[in-house]
Write a protein of this length. Structure first.
Ligand code: GLU
Length: 425
């Protein structure tokens, strides 16, 4: 085995591309993947960097850097979100693109993987400025995206409105309305029922499956959720509705805790009113770090990368770690969690509900025929439950942890597609 020894929580440990490579190498090694395929799959197929000039509201011109990385198109069009954040890096986008390839393969939907990012701080930009950034970024990528090529979707700090702008810009260039160029659109523009809740719903479905392994019922399950945005907020709402006790929610400015379970709709209303989850009635404020180490049954990180590292993995007291975010755990932390026998539902499985319903949206757009919410949710549940069972059965059969099993399953599927297609020369 040629596993690189991860150094403790250095810049390298916190580089998502490094984490992606370590997990890839481990799965490839265990699968005995041949060298050529390993070379193909290890690096992204296409990386695009654009520098986009945008006029700000005060008249000044600013140039923003944007990326789109297409990791693989072996199993279908590249697929993955676009994030807007001040700290986006090419390595981060690379890692996220590769995770999309593996995610789509784990749930067996016919897509490859991609990711995009624009280095900008949405908190200081107006709607008009965000729209101009989005449209110019789309225009620069016009020859690289498309329903059969690469299909973007929302990610951090992008939403249905962003997707509507991308769809419109692309359509203006193509001279016809092309709804299937992006997913996560507003319902009125070809979006799918259930897409907004899909990632959170997928987390709940796999969490329910994981509970069975421990013989626990939802109403005796204490859940700590880190992040209260699209993924964490929806997961909290749906899980509370299903009877789980959401004992703690952690956000950037602190956490709120109630051992009997928080009233999630009321917490959402409180945040909408005050701008923060803190000082919520019938709950205690807690510092973020302390909250992450609470004794609980399920910990659901649903925000950013690198929340669980070699520095704090030994303090996590959850039985189940259900990764709603992409890359919340570093590769060095994996080993500690494994030693401590924490049951991990890895990101490429746990948060795959979003891209699964994106697939449904793309299918509906191309057919021009739309499904009701019940059908969407039923099909999502079937895919998530089957994928969970596949991964856990694979892990048990091969004596590896769930993350390695998910990567092995995914790599095997993508490698098989490449072998069948052959190499065009
Ligand atoms: N950004 C989401 C993810 O990381 C969704 C991607 C998609 O729907 O294409 O899975």
């Amino acid at each position: 085995m040629i596993l690189e020894e991860a150094t403790p929580s250095t810049d390298q440990e916190l580089n998502p591309w490094h984490a992606a490579e370590i997990r890839f190498d481990e799965a490839a090694e265990r699968l005995g993947l041949d060298d050529g395929l390993r070379k193909i799959l290890r690096s992204p197929a296409t990386e695009i960097t654009v520098h986009i000039p945008v006029q700000l509201d005060d008249g000044r011109l600013e140039v923003f850097t944007g990326y789109r990385v297409q990791h693989s198109i072996a199993r279908g069009p590249a697929k993955g979100g676009i994030r807007f954040a001040p700290d986006v890096t090419l390595d981060e986008v690379r890692a996220l693109a590769s995770w999309m390839t593996w995610k789509c393969a784990v749930v067996n939907i016919p897509f490859g993987g991609a990711k995009g990012g624009v280095v900008c701080d949405p908190s200081v930009l107006s709607q008009g400025e965000l729209e101009r950034i989005t449209r110019r970024y789309t225009a620069e990528l016009i020859d690289f995206i498309g329903p059969e090529r690469d299909v973007p979707a929302p990610d951090m700090n992008t939403n249905e409105q962003t997707m509507a702008w991308i769809m419109d810009t692309y359509s203006m260039h193509k001279r016809s309305t092309v709804t299937a160029v992006v997913t996560g659109k507003p319902f009125q523009l070809g979006g799918s029922r259930g897409r907004r809740e899909a990632t959170g719903r997928g987390c709940m479905i796999v969490a329910l499956q994981a509970l069975r392994k421990f013989g626990l019922e939802p109403n005796e399950t204490r859940v700590v959720i880190q992040g209260f945005g699209n993924v964490g907020g929806m997961a909290a709402k749906l899980m509370a509705r299903a009877g789980f006790k959401i004992v703690c929610v952690i956000e950037v400015d602190g956490a709120v805790y109630n051992p009997h379970g928080l009233d999630i709709p009321a917490l959402m209303a409180h945040r909408a009113e005050t701008g923060s989850i803190l000082d919520f009635k019938e709950a205690e404020n807690l510092p973020r770090e302390e909250a992450l180490y609470l004794d609980c049954d399920i910990l659901l990180p649903a925000a950013k990368e690198n929340v669980i590292t070699s520095h704090n993995a030994d303090r996590i007291r959850a039985k189940i770690l259900c990764e709603g975010a992409n890359g919340p755990t570093t590769a060095a932390a994996d080993r500690i969690l494994e030693e401590r026998k924490i049951f991990v539902v890895p990101d490429i499985l746990a948060n795959a509900g979003g891209v699964t319903v994106s697939y449904f949206e793309w299918v509906q757009d191309r057919e021009g025929f739309f499904w009701n919410e019940q059908l969407v949710n039923g099909r999502l549940e079937e895919i998530m439950v089957n994928s969970f069972r596949d991964v856990v059965a694979y892990a048990e059969k091969h004596g590896v942890n769930n993350r390695t099993a998910a990567y092995m399953l995914a790599l095997d599927r993508v490698a098989f597609a490449i072998k069948l297609r052959g190499i065009y020369a």
